[in-house]
Design a binder for this molecule. Structure first.
Ligand code: GDP
Length: 197
């Protein structure tokens, strides 16, 4: 898929205020610092489209972008900040659950996983929540330029093995680097494929 057009639409905390659900929607989420903004900018080939990590404590927003006048890309607030109050964690949970359960045009959630780390409890917990809510998702392993391909493959397999303890079917996954621009065609090709279904 060629990205001919990518523009910011809205930022808000309420699902009711999101753009009308008239187009298929793809949401990106992950732990803070996982490389979400960098990945969104790489995919859309627009530097600065997604702003790099908001600081903990700052308002956490659902950001909508319109791509090629065809689909929405959504930058969701990340999870797993080390120093975040119980209160803002609860607020995040409420907002994300509302978004995931009410957004009828949501085609797929891209869950970003740092390819360098062993399976992280927060990621597995978030994935479990998606499963419980019946939300379709895929995995995106990020920052693969930071290590050898063999190491990435090993970490991916470890993550999938961990998931297979509780999941019967494993999700599709993508291996990406915002720096090396790896995985761009695969992720955009997948979105195109789902859009055509
Ligand atoms: P976010 O908090 O998930 O939006 O993460 P950012 O996109 O702001 O990235 C966090 C940090 O990781 C920044 O310093 C980025 O430059 C760096 N980063 C993100 N993606 C990559 C990548 O693919 N390769 C490398 N080497 N660094 C990356």
């Amino acid at each position: 898929m060629q990205i001919r057009d990518a523009r910011f639409l809205t930022s808000n905390t309420e699902v009711a205020k999101c753009p009308a659900p008239t187009l298929p929607e793809y949401a990106f989420i992950g732990r803070s610092n996982v490389g979400k903004s960098s990945l969104i900018n790489m995919l859309t080939a627009r530097n600065g489209l997604a702003k790099t990590s908001s600081l903990p404590g700052k308002t956490q927003l659902i950001n909508h972008f319109l791509i090629n006048e065809q689909w929405y890309l959504v930058d969701l607030p990340g999870y797993g900040y080390a120093r975040v109050s119980k209160e803002s964690r609860a607020k995040w949970g409420k907002m994300i659950r509302a978004y995931l359960s009410k957004r009828e045009n949501l085609s797929c959630v891209f869950v970003l996983i740092d390819s360098r780390l062993p399976p992280q409890a927060v990621d597995l917990e978030f994935i479990t929540m998606l499963g419980e809510m019946g939300v379709p998702f895929v995995l995106v392993f990020t920052k693969t330029d930071k290590q050898s391909g063999g190491r990435t493959e090993q970490n991916v397999q470890t993550f999938l093995a961990k998931m297979s303890e509780t999941w019967e079917e494993l999700p599709r996954y993508f291996v990406t680097s915002a720096v090396a621009r790896d995985g761009r065609d695969e992720v955009l090709g997948f979105i195109e494929e789902v859009n055509q279904q």
